[in-house]
Design a binder for this molecule. Structure first.
Ligand code: CUA
Length: 315
């Protein structure tokens, strides 16, 4: 693992995407430097060449269509090229592969908490496997934080009441620092964590010894909550129609709503439906019995478990 030094422009790239990102960054830097030298150089040259002199009359130039065409076309081609290049990288950065291993991230004043599919929870240490895409589903317990891993070139706000996501695929075992990049109070600058990238063997060993205190998996925990909190009374998990829509197979679908619009069933929609059930009513349930709002009645950990459970009912 290379150390970050202040002698370099950018920290070492920990992912393939980070390397692509760097290439674009250096290209932009190069273009900017070349433009700077050419423009300032021309300005100084003209300043001297056309300075006011005794006996030399000033002449007036009315325009040159050919020249204007060229200086419009060339920069247009250049910026469109930069746009296309940037878009290709951005598209990769926001589209995690379906095979991605998901870890839940909860920002709190002032620590980072991580929840894994086997029910294990860690604080300020994010364990991930090498050469495998990892998606982070993030939310906050209190104020806005920002999850920033310079080595992976990923940064995203972590916002209370909703979910944001980033993903990465670390390419060698090692450690990477995580910063909070949004001022969040007194200990903001101490809100640090470490990404620990493990080899395949170490990862398997870590997962095997990492047993959560509660049920064996996040999905099982969610199922327990589904029963404990009474969700089962109205929402079936076998596809049968009840007082409320079934949870079976809804994940990832477009749900039709009263009023004619539709919504994608994802983390943010499910969370909203648990916390503020009236916000969006599924078509056909306008006259159904009302579900009580659960806002403030579930911890972030419990919401994550419930969402993992509903997600597991996909097929
Ligand atoms: Cu959390 Cu700054």
């Amino acid at each position: 693992m290379k150390e970050t030094s202040y002698a370099q422009f950018l920290p070492p790239a920990g992912t393939d995407i980070a390397e692509k990102w760097d290439a674009l960054f250096y290209f932009l830097l190069g273009i900017s430097l070349i433009s700077f030298v050419c423009i300032i150089g021309a300005a100084i040259y003209f300043l001297i060449k056309y300075r006011r002199r005794e006996g030399v009359a000033a002449s007036s130039i009315d325009g040159n269509h050919k020249l204007e065409f060229v200086w419009t076309l060339l920069p247009t081609i250049l910026v469109m090229f930069i746009f296309a290049w940037g878009w290709l990288i951005y598209d990769k950065m926001i589209s995690p592969p379906d095979s991605a291993y998901e870890v839940k991230v909860i920002g709190k004043q002032w620590l980072w908490q991580f929840q894994y599919d086997n029910g294990k929870t860690t604080i300020n240490e994010l364990y991930v496997p090498v050469n495998q895409p990892v998606r982070l589903l993030m939310t906050s317990d209190d104020v806005i934080h920002s999850f920033f891993v310079p080595d992976f070139r990923i940064k995203s706000d972590v916002v209370p009441g909703m979910y944001t996501a980033v993903w990465f695929e670390a390419r060698e075992p090692g450690e990477h620092i995580v910063y909070c990049a949004e001022y969040c109070g007194t200990a903001h600058s101490k809100m640090l964590a470490t990404v620990k990238v493990l080899s395949a063997d170490d990862w398997a060993a870590w997962k095997a010894q990492a047993k959560g205190p509660k049920p064996a998996s996040l999905v099982d925990y969610g199922k327990l909550l589904y029963q404990e909190r009474g969700c089962f009374a109205c929402h079936s998990i076998d596809g049968s129609k009840g007082i409320a829509p079934t949870l079976k197979g809804v994940w990832g679908t477009q749900e039709n709503l009263e009023g004619g619009s539709s919504v994608l069933v994802d983390e943010n929609y499910v969370r909203e439906s648990i916390e503020v059930p009236d916000a969006k009513i599924v078509k056909g349930y306008a006259n159904s019995a009302k579900m009580p709002p659960f806002k403030g009645m579930l911890t972030e950990e419990e919401l994550n478990a419930l969402i993992a459970f509903i997600k597991s009912l996909k097929d």
